[in-house]
Design a protein. Structure first.
Length: 178
């Protein structure tokens, strides 16, 4: 079995979500402001957050990668989640982000999203990656645009719990001489 995925930036460590993250994740998932654009747009209970951790761990087992905890390297603080995600029924490999509202506006989503995209594009055969973003989630749309994403279309065919905008990133062209 391959080693668990860890992605580091100068400021962040994206590492596997673990059961000990339950308190932090449950706090974020219980926040209506955080969850209004995620999934069905409703806060989650502690039990639902535990199941979410189990789902992420199962995805890791099945795919070899999964959504990661965003951790501040200097303090070890749990800041949210980001990383690669590709469950059955998704249009393509996805990178998303969710950041603790106390730390929003610091560029954490952009930094984590960029690091996750770079990891995705280092994988063989990955030519495009998406972010699925609620149409009213302007902050996440701004992050997607900063990362080079292009809004391709809105998916409103019942595949997801609500309509989502499909933002697509394409593999960057290799630098000259590579």
């Amino acid at each position: 079995m391959s080693a668990l995925l860890v992605i580091e930036t100068p400021r962040l460590r994206l590492r596997p979500i673990r059961e000990s993250d339950l308190d932090d994740l449950a706090r974020l998932n219980a926040d209506l402001g955080v969850m209004r654009y995620v999934g069905a747009g409703r806060p989650m209970t502690r039990q639902q957050s535990w199941r979410q951790i189990a789902l992420v761990m199962g995805h890791q087992q099945m795919r070899g990668y999964s959504i990661l905890a965003i951790e501040e390297r200097a303090s070890g603080a749990f800041l949210g989640r980001s990383g690669p995600w590709f469950p059955l029924g998704w249009p393509m490999l996805e990178v998303g982000w969710l950041v603790d509202p106390r730390r929003q506006g610091e560029g954490i989503a952009t930094e984590a999203g960029r690091a996750s995209l770079e990891w995705c594009f280092r994988q063989p055969g990955v030519e495009q990656v998406c972010s699925l973003i609620h149409p009213e989630n302007a902050p996440s749309a701004r992050v997607a645009a900063k990362l080079g994403g292009k809004l391709e279309r809105t998916i409103d065919d019942g595949s997801f719990s609500t309509a989502v905008d499909l933002w697509v990133y394409r593999r960057p062209a290799p630098a000259i001489g590579q």
